[in-house]
Design a protein around this ligand. Structure first.
Ligand code: FES
Ligand SMILES: [Fe+2]
Length: 419
């Protein structure tokens, strides 16, 4: 097959996505370069995870491993976790505290700013061997990312031509990240979930309002997320990111029963021994019980009921994605509230009653679409055509925004396409 180009799209509004885009391994390599290492900002870590000088944390930009650390002056740096010598992974730990980063292979030693500080046997031994005297240490540090932060969330970019971070995110997305991180947070834990599906199926899943209350019986039954709630989607001007929102107690059990009965969705089968587990505790002066903010390409800032989490989408080859989730509470809360948030976060963790369904659903898509790559998905809930904000929940418009910007970055945007 020839290289994928703009002719791949059956429709100019991205309402048809050829299955090939989830399965082509040549495209996978291209998107690592053009998307993740392109002019985007990738969520990397939280400042709260590296509070002290010397603290470091492993993260990813797509499938490229990176290190984020704090130097002696308190400044944050991020660099590719790959030795300038022969390409070994330098840091193998997930996190820690260190004066420097030393590669295990030949002990090249890097500072907390990523600069190359020392090379063993640089002048050889007994007057022989070693590097040429003109070898430029300054030119062989770890590859640096430019970083930016929003209320303690650290983003990084490998491109020199990225927009400023705030402009990249856009006002509605910035507002949601600031809302979630409006006061000092505490990391309550981490989960990782491996799903046998292309990473873009997961990026679509978090933008997909339509599925939430149909696939996830648990959400409907306990009123955590229903299509009958007042809600909708907001996007940045380029429509690459989106916020899915819903207001608590904005529908009635009767409205839900009627809507879901006619949609033939069961919402009366499950019961809980401990109903307080799913109770939404209003803990700020707005009324949102669901705010899921998807940041292109691979970050999700999610409040689902009282659970707070940041997800990082880590592609692991064309057929595998790892979802890394950082669960949060606020530093000044009583431990009981942390426990409440954790219980609810577990619902959406890999062993919970929500995310395992998402994993299963996108695996089904990945498996069934693989053999017939010239056929396409259908994305037109909320109407085809223009990509715009909606004040209702039954839509999948932000998926088309995702594909529109993806096509631009890959250089496969057809003439006359919507944006
Ligand atoms: S590969 Fe790192 S020191 Fe040689
Ligand atoms: Fe879901």
């Amino acid at each position: 097959m020839a290289m994928i180009d703009a002719a791949i799209w059956p429709a100019l509004d991205y309402s048809r996505v050829p299955y090939r885009l989830y399965h082509d391994s040549e495209l996978y390599a291209r998107e690592q370069e053009a998307v993740f290492r392109g002019p985007v900002w990738n969520y990397l870590a939280l400042e709260a995870e590296i509070p002290e000088p010397g603290d470091f944390r492993a993260s990813y930009v797509g499938d490229t491993p990176v290190i984020v650390n704090r130097d002696r002056n308190g400044d944050i740096h991020a660099f590719v976790n790959r030795c300038a010598h022969r390409g070994a992974l330098v840091r193998r730990e997930l996190s820690g505290n260190a004066e420097e980063h030393v590669c295990v292979y030949h002990q090249w030693c890097y500072g907390l700013d990523g600069g190359l500080n020392a090379i063993p046997f640089r002048r050889g031994v007994r007057g022989k061997g070693g590097l040429d005297p003109g070898f430029d240490m300054g030119a062989h540090g770890l590859r640096k990312l430019r970083i930016g932060t929003v209320n303690g969330a650290i983003f990084g970019t490998l491109a020199t031509d990225s927009e400023p971070l705030d402009a990249y995110l856009g006002a509605p997305i910035l507002a949601e990240i600031r809302r979630m991180l409006h006061r000092p947070i505490r990391v309550l834990g981490y989960t990782r979930q491996r799903i046998r599906a292309n990473w873009k199926l997961y990026a679509e899943n978090t933008r997909d309002n339509y599925h939430a209350s149909l696939l996830h019986e648990f959400l409907v039954t306990f009123g955590l997320d229903r299509a009958t709630q007042i809600g909708g989607v907001r996007m940045d001007a380029r429509h690459r990111h989106n916020v899915t929102w819903a207001e608590a107690d904005s529908d009635t059990a009767e409205m839900a029963r009627e809507a879901y009965n006619s949609a033939r969705v069961r919402n009366d089968r499950l019961t809980l021994r401990e109903p307080s587990m799913v109770k939404f505790r209003r803990d700020r002066d707005d009324n949102f019980n669901l705010l899921v903010t998807s940041v292109f390409p691979g970050a999700v800032f999610a409040q689902i009921s009282n659970s707070l989490a940041i997800r990082q989408i880590r592609p692991r080859g064309v057929d595998m994605v790892e979802v890394h989730q950082t669960m949060l509470g606020y530093a000044d809360e009583p431990p009981e509230m942390h426990l409440h948030r954790l219980r609810q976060a577990n619902l959406v963790g890999p062993a919970g009653l929500v995310s395992m369904e998402d994993g299963e659903a996108i695996e089904l898509v990945h498996r069934a679409s693989e053999p017939d790559r010239d056929r396409s998905t259908v994305i037109e809930l909320g109407g085809a055509g223009i990509i715009s904000d909606r004040d209702y929940r039954v839509n999948d418009v932000p998926l088309r925004g995702f594909w529109s910007y993806y096509a631009e970055l890959l250089g496969i945007e057809p003439a006359g396409a919507v944006r």
